[in-house]
Write a protein that binds this ligand. Structure first.
Ligand code: UFG
Length: 327
């Protein structure tokens, strides 16, 4: 079977990608330092513990598994933390990616699927963000991902490395079979926090800012189901295998929901009240991030099948009730 090196395969999105890769007939080889990932989430292929910045360890893993391509998820990914402590984002995400790309080139592995973010676009007036929009990130996390996108361009010019870059909007939900799911420590993402508030694991969900220029004053995000998102990655891999060249794709649904709308849906799905308090804006948050997702559909044939807010919350709720790794 064809091996794919999955950096960050023990994390939320990486572990779901491993499940999809396995189902598509690949062997996902997880490379993860477990700084935010979970060993228990590595269920679909071999595990190699290691850090992105460790060139010797990477060389060893490339030599052992001879992957045909890399899926690069490993990154620090909290917007708020990146504003308080930007250095670790440039070190782990940017330096780490430089070390990874060099190791891949040295091993003759020139196909890479890269996990980027709509946070690279920043706060724009555009109603819908498409792939050609200018990138002006307003937080260090987005800046680190944009830098890696630039790095990929340089590696293509120098070594012929080919990349499919996916700019994610807000990834949500969980494997419907609850083999893997979303579990961050600490948790900062809206939907798992809402579910914690629903079942009393926290007192209330704090809404970060109610004075944004949106219909109900709370931020708008475009939520995409993690299974749909990782399905696009398998299509991206096939795109590279077919030698169709480097390409950037947004992954979102094109529909935006406010924080209050997410809370309302959570109440409907769980049948329980969501205790809420209203708080200050969170630094680094954009008012509205909604994808123009037509390119992935038109060129990759991507069809999100589970990305209604109701389904995402229902799958997240199932996982929340059954699946945490620390149990
Ligand atoms: N929010 C709250 N209260 C909370 C947590 C979040 O009101 O306790 C709000 C945020 O202010 C934001 C929305 O819910 O308006 C979504 O917040 P998340 O933290 O779930 O997601 P972000 O939009 O901040 O960030 C996520 C990923 C990033 C990625 C970004 C792109 O964490 O990696 O989406 O939009 F870059």
């Amino acid at each position: 079977m064809t091996n794919i090196l999955v950096t960050g395969g023990a994390g939320y999105i990486g572990s779901h990608a491993c499940k999809s890769l396995r189902a598509a007939g690949y062997t996902p080889v997880t490379y993860d330092n477990l700084c935010t990932g979970w060993k228990e989430a590595v269920k679909f292929g071999p595990f190699e513990q290691g850090d992105l910045r460790d060139a010797d360890r990477l060389a060893e893993v490339f030599a052992k598994h001879q992957p045909s391509a890399v899926m690069h998820f490993a990154a620090l990914s909290q917007v708020g933390e990146s504003m308080r402590n930007p250095g670790i984002y440039w070190d782990n995400n940017v330096s780490g990616s430089a070390t990874l790309l060099q190791a891949a080139v040295d091993a003759g592995c020139l196909d890479i699927v890269f996990s980027s973010t709509c946070a690279t676009y920043g706060d724009q007036d555009n109603v819908v963000l498409d792939e050609d929009c200018a990138q002006h990130p307003i937080n260090a996390y987005g800046a680190s991902k944009r830098a890696i996108e630039d790095m990929l361009e340089n590696f293509e010019a120098a070594y012929g490395m080919r990349s499919v870059i996916f700019r994610y909007f807000n990834v949500a939900g969980a494997d419907p079979e609850a083999e893997v799911g979303e579990f961050h420590q600490p948790e900062t993402h809206l939907i798992p926090l809402v579910l914690d508030a629903v079942d009393g694991k926290r007192d209330a969900l704090t809404i970060f800012g109610t004075d944004y220029d949106t219909p109900d004053g709370t931020c708008i995000r475009d939520y995409v189901h993690v299974m749909d998102l990782v399905g696009a990655h398998v299509l991206g891999l096939k795109w590279l295998e077919d030698k169709r060249g480097s390409r950037v794709f947004n992954l979102g649904t094109g529909s935006g929901f406010t924080v209050r709308e997410v809370i309302d849906h959570a109440r409907d799905v769980t049948g329980r009240e969501v205790p809420v308090t209203e708080g200050e804006r969170r630094p680094g948050d954009c008012t509205k991030l909604v994808s123009g997702s037509t390119r992935a559909k038109a060129e990759l044939g991507w069809e999100p099948a589970r990305s209604t807010l109701g389904e995402m919350i229902a799958d997240a709720w199932r996982w929340h009730q059954t699946g945490h790794y620390d149990k």
